[in-house]
Design a protein around this ligand. Structure first.
Ligand code: 6PG
Length: 473
């Protein structure tokens, strides 16, 4: 290795790590990289003529190649690997070095790591990065959390490499501790819900209305020109066109209908449950991936369980237009759920999150980027104290105009037997949130009846229990 010192270090030279290194170099930074898989180090070294980079063959060589105090980015799989890398790196680190975990780590692990490394005077930040391979290469959305001072050391780097929305960098200091990884987790929960909603629209149009992949491509392309404009809708329209090299069929038709997951969606629903914040569309999106993997059971059940014939007999264009509005309705409710979770988590975990910053940095670079985020940013900026995005001036009106479309689509699902759980959950979320009265007085009565769990009354303060007139059942 040359004897120059490099500005930053990157551990983990897989697709994300390598592309982020190139992105950093494009902006004039020099980077030393390390991966336990030497072939990845060799691939990085190939860029030596073009970029100020070097590949290290062990962690000592890597640490020695960095300017001090060191700034080291980790892009390794979440979980125990992060701890193992930190432990192996520790002997070569010095006071004031900064380690940034840029993977999808669980926020509670990030809290533990911050505390552990603090004792050794090493700074640790949890930094969510979204945008996949092309985001890493051309500008991701970056969600950093941790000490503000540590952030200030890396702000010029992060601002340079991030995506830009209307000229503003898609990165902002989000809050102390694990704030960055928490926000990334909720980003992913929203991603799951958004994808599930699109998948339901696909099933309705394909199975219900019998549309071809070309027709689906056209519809999603058109949708991407309107209120649904988003990265996920845009890639979906591309997907319908892609041919399979092996068979010549459309690739989407050759892919097994069992969805995988790495856990971030489930973490979002688990944490929302723990905080008692309703995020029903995200819950449903995770459950639907779990139903999708029951392929063999579903094939058996298909022959045994009865239902309507899944055919929709309405004009295809009319269906697509109604669905466009229904999807827009549902996507607003999903962002409302995600934002409500962030607001509550911010209080519970003292993150002091600024929702306008979060909406702002999600506008470009990340997987959930969508034109609706411009309106969301405006809504949370002008009405920061609102408990729910659905109540903002702009969305209240929009939802009022769109809700009938969501009802029509849900009715179509019910009539045809096409499962639309995320669309249904978003409509139910809207309807229950706008219900001044819900039937939970009855639940309270039942709890008190069978377990003396007590209840509150509508007409006076206090906690009450009744000896219910119990019959033998
Ligand atoms: C992103 C993505 C990224 C990852 C997903 C995939 O923001 O760039 O969210 O982090 O592709 O987490 O998650 P699943 O494998 O769980 O679908």
């Amino acid at each position: 290795m040359e004897k120059r010192l490099y500005d930053y270090g990157m551990i983990g030279l897989g697709t994300m790590g390598r592309n982020l290194v190139y992105n950093m170099c494009d902006h004039g930074f020099s980077v030393a990289g390390f991966d336990k898989d030497f072939s990845k180090v060799e691939i990085l070294e190939k860029g030596k003529g073009i970029y100020k980079i070097c590949g290290a063959h062990n962690l000592k060589e890597f640490a020695d190649a960095l300017k001090k105090p060191r700034v080291i980015l980790l892009l390794v799989p979440a979980g125990s690997i992060v701890d193992s890398v930190i432990n192996k790196l520790k002997p070569w680190m010095s006071k004031n070095d900064l380690v940034m975990d840029c993977g999808n780590s669980h926020y509670s692990d990030t809290n533990l790591r911050i505390k552990k490394l603090e004792k050794e005077k090493i700074h640790f930040m949890g930094v969510g990065i979204s945008g996949g391979e092309s985001g890493a290469r051309n500008g991701p959305s970056i969600m950093p959390g941790g000490s503000k001072k540590a952030y200030e050391r890396v702000a010029p780097l992060l601002e340079a490499i991030s995506a830009k929305a209307k000229g503003e960098p898609c990165v902002a200091y989000l809050g102390p501790g694990s704030a960055g990884h928490y926000v990334k987790m909720v980003h992913n929960g929203i991603e799951y819900a958004f994808m599930q909603l699109i998948a339901e629209a696909y099933q309705l149009l394909k199975q219900g209305a019998g549309m071809s992949n070309d027709q689906l491509h056209d519809i999603f392309l058109k949708w991407n020109d309107g209120s649904l404009k988003s990265y996920l809708v845009s890639i979906t329209s591309d997907i319908f066109k892609q041919k399979d090299n092996l068979t010549g069929n459309r690739l989407v038709d050759m892919i097994l209908d069992s969805a995988h997951q790495k856990g971030t969606g489930a973490w979002t629903t688990e944490d929302a449950m723990a905080l008692q914040v309703p995020v029903p569309v995200i819950d449903v999106a995770v459950s639907m991936r779990n139903i999708s993997i029951l392929k063999e059971e579903r094939l058996v059940a298909q022959k045994q369980l009865q239902g309507p014939d899944m055919k929709i007999n309405i004009d295809k264009q009319k269906l697509a237009d109604t669905l466009e509005n229904a999807l827009y309705f549902s996507i607003i409710t999903v962002f409302a759920q995600g934002m409500a979770l962030l607001r509550n988590a911010s209080d519970a975990y003292q993150y002091d999150l600024k929702l306008e910053d979060i909406a702002g940095i999600w506008r470009e670079g990340c997987i959930i980027r969508a034109s609706v985020l411009d309106d969301i940013m405006a809504a949370v900026t002008t009405q920061p104290a609102l408990s729910n995005l659905m109540l903002s001036e702009v969305f209240k009106e929009k939802l009022a105009g769109l809700q009938e479309n969501a009802r029509q689509i849900v009715r179509t699902g019910i009539n045809t037997g096409i499962p639309l759980p995320a669309l249904m959950a978003s409509l139910s979320y809207y309807d229950s949130y706008r219900s001044g009265w819900l039937p939970d007085n009855l639940l309270q009565a039942q709890r008190d009846y069978f377990g003396a769990h007590t209840y509150e009354r509508t007409d006076r303060e206090g906690t009450f229990h009744t000896e219910w007139n119990q019959k033998q059942h």
